[in-house]
Write a protein that binds this ligand. Structure first.
Ligand code: SAM
Ligand code: SF4
Length: 317
């Protein structure tokens, strides 16, 4: 359906848990305990909400978290989603650590595409950034996705002084591998705020400092432009929510694991769907209302405090 700004909203990102098996320094507070009860929607609730959303024109669903692959019944959730008539595309965003062992069965359940978050190619740095992660497991998952011909994107958040020395190495992955690597600007949310204060690495800065790789490189305002190195199998992209915000083209809404619809990542505007879970008509109507009133844009550059009350691992990125 169209929101009041005339944008066609056809995409929902569904966070299915706040729990995670990693503690990335810019995302999740180090002392959060995974044993804490996760008050989250059941797979049946997610299915009911997605059916309602599909009636309103949602066609693409991305499961995220926290870490979506720590959820026991992720396969069932994906399978049930694949049976909803209007849903045409199902993807996940994952840290990749558990993916290698699961991806074959996830694909059989209906998974179409995968985004893996990968901020470094160095084993020790990977551990330092993620606290509990093993890089070899993510590498294994990348290889499995490619061998299954799943469309694969790697998402890298660049942090000044931490992984900005690896831009060339990350881009060079695309020479041999048929995947897209996308550099995502760090957002001043939660744990990300203290790194943001050291200076944002904008997409424009990457293009300027690596001009030998992007001879024709200028960023199209508002569009996640894709580049290709000569003869490369993969592509390079930039997601610039801060320096080059793409609110005009935003086609998505978010659902948190406890049943809250967030029409904009950076806004405090939210709607609790849980009172409507036993009434499909009320669910469609609440969703319609929330989508229609999606905020026009965020103001993170002018006012870097995120007015959303939720953090990235709660919203799903
Ligand atoms: N655990 C999964 C993962 O890491 O891919 C999914 C959830 S995670 C919150 C989704 C994405 O948000 C990841 O790519 C992560 O790097 C990104 N992210 C987390 N905090 C961020 C921040 N402050 N700014 C920009 N991206 C952030
Ligand atoms: Fe977990 Fe993803 Fe956040 Fe890292 S970025 S702590 S993997 S939710």
């Amino acid at each position: 359906m169209f929101d009041r700004e005339g944008r066609n909203i056809d995409y929902i990102r569904v966070s299915i848990t706040e729990k995670c098996n990693l503690r990335c320094i810019y995302c999740m507070p180090q002392n959060i305990c995974n044993k804490k009860e996760d008050i989250c929607l059941q797979s049946e609730d997610i299915n009911r909400i997605l059916k309602a959303a599909s009636i309103l024109g949602i066609q693409k669903v991305r499961f995220t978290g926290g870490e979506p692959l720590v959820v026991d019944n992720i396969e069932k959730i994906i399978f049930n989603t694949s049976k909803i008539i209007n849903i045409k595309d199902i993807s996940i965003t994952t840290n990749g650590v558990l993916l290698g062992d699961m991806v074959t069965s996830l694909k059989q359940c209906g998974l179409n595409r995968v985004n893996i978050s990968l901020d470094t190619l160095k084993k020790d740095k990977f551990k330092a950034i993620t606290k509990y992660g093993e890089l070899s497991k993510v590498e294994d998952a990348i290889n499995k996705c490619l061998s299954l011909n799943l469309e694969l994107k790697l998402n890298t958040v660049l942090i000044r002084g931490i992984n900005d020395d690896e831009i060339t190495d990350l881009i060079n992955l695309t020479k041999e591998l048929p995947l897209t690597i996308r550099f995502i600007e760090l957002m001043p949310i939660g744990e990300g705020e203290r790194f943001y204060k050291n200076g944002l690495i904008t997409s424009e800065e990457i293009l300027n400092t690596h001009s030998e790789l992007f001879p024709t490189g200028t960023l199209d305002k508002g569009i996640a432009k894709l580049y290709k190195l000569p003869n490369a199998k993969g592509k390079v992209g930039f997601i610039s929510p801060i320096s080059c915000k793409f609110c005009n083209n935003c086609n998505k809404v978010r659902l948190t694991s406890n049943g809250i619809i967030k029409p904009c990542l950076h806004s405090e505007k939210e709607l609790d769907l849980t009172p409507h879970l036993d009434n499909d008509l009320a669910l469609v109507s609440a969703l319609r209302e929330s989508i229609y009133h999606k905020p026009k844009e965020h103001n993170l550059l002018e006012q870097p405090e995120n007015t959303s009350k939720k953090l990235m691992y709660q919203i799903g990125g």
